[in-house]
Write a protein that binds this ligand. Structure first.
Ligand code: ADP
Ligand code: MG
Length: 327
């Protein structure tokens, strides 16, 4: 199978109803047509084998995740997905792998009406780089810089599950099989919160997606907004989705480990966002409209720095740091 057969077989896919795609895979450029007056939202994310995923990771899940992490960036800006390109380095043209990878990738693309419109394919160590294109009404993108003192801080869904699965896959802890399977799905097949992000336009004052850990990623909002924040660890430690296993997991690994997963675990791709206290009803409506649970975890403050308080309002020393590729 040559390079062009490979592209035709696995990465040329009828876009379905996608009027924004004037021309897709096959020419020197794809042609996209955003709605009149809309702004582009553009983001790239790369997944490198051995760095972002284990060698041998299920190919369908990997295809899903490669696009999911990019859609998550659009979600964090409140943008609507329009299409994406895929730059792929492959050690060999393994048909079973390509079939599963493209299936996982294109299923998620179809779900979000975000067709694959082009890319590049080369031989090399497994490396997947996607650039995603979206649109947003002018001035309505959710930025990191909009948080104001007094704003509530929210997080969507659950936090720390992916970190729990990672610890198990790295052999640091042993999880019950059902819990390993459910948390592993969060790690390997995250759900981008696209509908929530779009519903938060005009409601949230700032937003980003959690890829490196809540505390570190929230720090980016604080830095960009020139504010500080106070987070209630009594609320954040409940965000980890161990459900019925909470007691046994706490008994095995300690409360602090779970708290660390929730506060500093990466790879969850939930949204962290802020909104004025007057917008609580609007936030609840956005949550309902997008069928995405959200939890209020703290408040933006005028003085810089991130303070943690425990369930009884006592100060908690932050012990956790987020992931940094070059730290
Ligand atoms: P060029 O040499 O002009 O850059 P290529 O020969 O690399 O073009 O690619 C041919 C066509 O296939 C282009 O339309 C390109 O966007 C598309 N393409 C290449 N690799 C991929 C891929 N992995 N996924 C989707 N489209 C791809
Ligand atoms: Mg090329």
């Amino acid at each position: 199978m040559g390079e062009f057969d490979l592209i035709r077989r696995y990465f040329t896919h009828p876009p379905g109803h996608a009027p924004q795609v004037v021309l897709g895979v096959g020419d020197d450029c794809a042609l996209l047509q955003p709605a009149p007056g809309k702004q582009w939202a553009v983001s790239s994310d790369m997944l490198v084998e051995g760095r972002h995923f284990f060698p041998g990771t299920d190919a369908a899940r990997l295809g899903h995740k490669a696009l999911a992490v990019n859609l998550s960036d659009l979600a964090a800006c409140g943008a609507r997905p329009l299409g994406f390109t895929l730059a792929l380095a492959l050690p060999q043209a393994d048909e079973a792998w390509l079939e599963a990878f493209s299936r996982g990738l294109l299923q998620l693309a179809d779900l979000h009406g975000c067709p694959l419109v082009g890319g590049d394919t080369t031989r090399g160590p497994l490396n997947i780089c996607i650039t995603v294109f979206g649109e947003v009404p002018p001035g309505q993108a959710l930025l990191r810089s909009g948080a104001r003192p007094g704003d509530d801080i929210y997080v969507s869904g659950t936090l720390g599950d992916a970190r729990l699965a990672l610890a198990a896959l790295q052999g640091q802890i042993a999880l019950p099989e059902a819990l390993l399977n459910s948390t592993r799905l969060r790690l390997e097949q995250p759900t981008p919160r696209v509908a929530l992000g779009m519903a938060l336009r005009g409601v949230a004052s700032a937003a980003l997606d959690v890829s490196d850990g809540l505390l570190g990623d929230l720090g980016h909002i604080l830095h960009a907004s020139g504010t500080g924040a106070c987070i209630d660890t009594g609320l954040t430690s409940k965000l980890i989705a161990v459900g019925a296993y909470l007691e046994s997991v706490e008994a095995d690994f300690g409360h602090e480990f779970l708290e660390q997963c929730a506060l500093a675990g990466g790879d969850d791709y939930e949204l962290v966002f802020t909104a004025p206290a007057t917008a609580r009803d609007a936030v609840a409506r956005a949550s309902q409209a997008s069928a995405t649970p959200v939890t209020r975890i703290g408040q933006i403050e005028a003085s810089s720095g991130l303070r943690l308080v425990g369930p009884h309002g006592e100060a908690v020393a932050p012990r956790y740091t987020s992931f940094d590729h070059f730290a």
